[in-house]
Design a protein around this ligand. Structure first.
Ligand code: ATP
Ligand code: MG
Length: 313
């Protein structure tokens, strides 16, 4: 699919049509830039991923990318405009957001030494669970890489998940954690070689676990597994250890239970998206008005102030 689809219009892919505006971030494998696409006058995010997978995997990737392009109709997932597979590289064009929850978490907990309020967590949870539910029930794909850096937000107060389906084919996340010492968001059944689920297709249940880990990190500012151990030991903690919980007496019973229902090691007992959408924590914040736009804008401005102070000194 060597073209970009925007507002029902198709544009041929030309490198020269893209003007780089700024750098949006860098992951383990590639860079993401904010670009202006001249023919459509649209501003979008362009992600470059080096291809290290074999031909069979590439085929799967193309199928997945096709699915990703049909992502347009859900307001909780980042829209994809097009993908180009070149020599050893994939270019992905997608909707541009302002920042990721990983970055937001850093600003809130490390730089401003505050915490993300529970009502904001409530609204984030609603968007992510609805996004995962849409991926699973309508697009029929699991996410495969749920974590704070794959949940994006903007100053309008929107929360959207990105990098679904695709990244799982590009880099095996168990292998990635082993090699690079990444934080293990993946569920115990993805790691444990004795688990029955491993031979089956990746399922949404594993995404729910990863979102549980993500929620604990967003609520506390810390990743719930110890970091100093080796990557293998780190994975072992997920398989052998007790599932993480929110620290007692700091949060409402509703959010404690919401997290516990996701972080259930037995897959059959873990909550599904439908269960979570019926949970009192979700119900409560579905009815409450929370100024998400105001919250995200304030946090992002704080970072701009901090940057100016650093530059000024
Ligand atoms: P990893 O490579 O371990 O999966 P990652 O998710 O941070 O980590 P990328 O997906 O390459 O890596 O993204 C790098 C950063 O770019 C993200 O953390 C995010 O801040 C930013 N980013 C990615 N996509 C967008 C987008 N559509 N709009 C705005 N920023 C984005
Ligand atoms: Mg990502």
């Amino acid at each position: 699919m060597d073209c970009i689809a925007l507002d029902g219009q198709l544009y041929g892919w030309e490198d020269t049509d893209m003007r780089i505006l700024c750098n949006l971030g860098h992951g383990t494998h590639g860079a993401v830039e904010k670009v202006h696409h001249r023919p459509s006058n649209a501003v979008m995010a362009l992600k470059r991923i080096p291809l290290t997978v074999n031909k069979t995997e590439q085929k799967k990737l193309v199928i997945d990318l096709d699915t990703a392009m049909k992502s347009g109709k859900c307001s909780h997932i980042v829209q994809y405009y097009g993908a180009v597979i070149g020599e050893g590289v994939v270019w992905l064009c997608m909707e541009v957001m302002d920042t990721s929850l990983a970055h937001l978490c850093d600003i809130v907990y490390k730089e401003t030494k505050s915490s993300i309020p529970e009502n904001v967590l409530g609204k984030i949870a609603i968007s992510v669970v609805k996004g995962l539910h849409y991926l699973n029930s309508t697009m029929k794909i699991p996410h495969r890489d749920v974590k704070p850096s794959n949940i994006l937000v903007n100053r309008k107060g929107e929360v959207k998940i990105c990098d679904f389906g695709v990244s799982g084919h590009l880099v095996d996340s168990v292998q990635k954690t082993r090699e690079s010492g990444c934080k293990p968001y993946m569920a115990p059944e993805r790691i444990n070689p004795e688990s029955d689920v491993l031979n089956n297709e990746y399922s949404i249940c594993s995404d729910i676990w990863s979102f549980g880990i993500t929620m604990v990190e967003l609520a506390t500012g810390t990743f719930p597994y110890e970091k100093w151990v080796s990557p293998i030991q780190q994975l072992q903690q997920v398989v052998d250890g007790d599932p993480p919980r929110l620290p007692p007496d700091k949060f409402s019973k509703d959010i404690e239970d919401f997290v516990a229902k996701m972080l259930t090691k037995k897959v059959e007992q873990r909550a599904t998206c439908v269960d979570l959408l019926e949970h009192p924590f979700v119900k409560k914040y579905e009815e409450e008005d929370v100024d998400m736009a105001g919250y995200f804008s304030t946090v992002m401005e704080k970072q701009c102030d901090l940057n100016e102070n650093v530059q000024g000194h």
